[in-house]
Design a protein around this ligand. Sequence first.
Ligand SMILES: Nc1ncnc2c1ncn2[C@@H]1O[C@H](COP(=O)(O)OP(=O)(O)OP(=O)(O)O)[C@@H](O)[C@H]1O
Ligand SMILES: [Mg+2]
Length: 291
Amino acid sequence: MPVTALVSAKSSGVTTSALALALASGRPTTLAECDPSGGTIRSGFLQNEVSAGFGLYHLAKAERVGPDALANAFASHLWPLDDAGHRQLLPGLTDPAQAAALSRTWPSLAHIMRVLATQASQDVFIDAGRLALDAGRLHPTLTPAPLLHQADLVLLVVRGTDQSLTLARHLLKPLTAELSEHGSGSDALGLLLIESGPYRAHQVAESLKLPVMAALPFDPESATYLTQGGPQPRGYKRSQLLRHARTATQQLEAVAARRQVQRQYAPEPASTQLAGVLERLNHKRKGVPHG
Ligand SMILES: Nc1ncnc2c1ncn2[C@@H]1O[C@H](COP(=O)(O)OP(=O)(O)OP(=O)(O)O)[C@@H](O)[C@H]1O
Ligand SMILES: [Mg+2]
């Protein structure tokens, strides 16, 4: 199953969408709240039922002990999101100042998430928060870049409004560069459209020159419940948001599977081809007498 990371330029609905996708998925699911500016699910949807002694921050210490300690800590810091325990949450940071401690933990966490997806066949969703830039690149400590590198899909969450598209546009170049240079390729990048505002999916795709890999309806009642918690609205389980989120998980799986097949049959990356050509040229040159 895919590892899908969700990011935004600014408060577009990353956390709500990640939660909706995790709750709607028909498969065992892990949602990791890795927004360096702090998590909101603990105090929102979970109504502070999880203490600060639990969650992402505590994995940094375990990582320093070693991979086994990290894997154990990861498993013991997951919080069930449903009674059966099929959907689990790694609660996020309680203080943005904790983010610096995580910077060397991200690569190992990315590895664990890949293992969950490939060996435990879980749907893995990562709330990677708003992306901070530094000199045109992803910020090394304020962005969990290694999680994006290792994700099968990176969804830039946008709304169909001028404001949202204008801000998102600034992230396209840095994200594309990051995923081509350090990730599995720039085609991992796509859009998750929250259907609010005047622009439809094809216009948003055309405007940002990226495919809309999934769309979620504007559904304030269900979204508010996922954001703030409290009493469950009537008909929530059959709500527009959850029904579309379920379809979205299936679409994302299909996109990720297609990518994987394409990558299996893809020509070797340019740098490898170039290295091969250079090797052959050098070899020939050795055989050709000078002068
Ligand atoms: N599909 C939706 N329909 C209606 N409202 C939504 C939807 N998704 C999110 N919202 C609302 O938009 C606001 C921002 O959502 P959310 O907190 O998920 O965004 P975010 O991108 O995680 O923001 P931040 O960057 O601040 O963490 C919330 O009030 C939420 O209820
Ligand atoms: Mg958020």
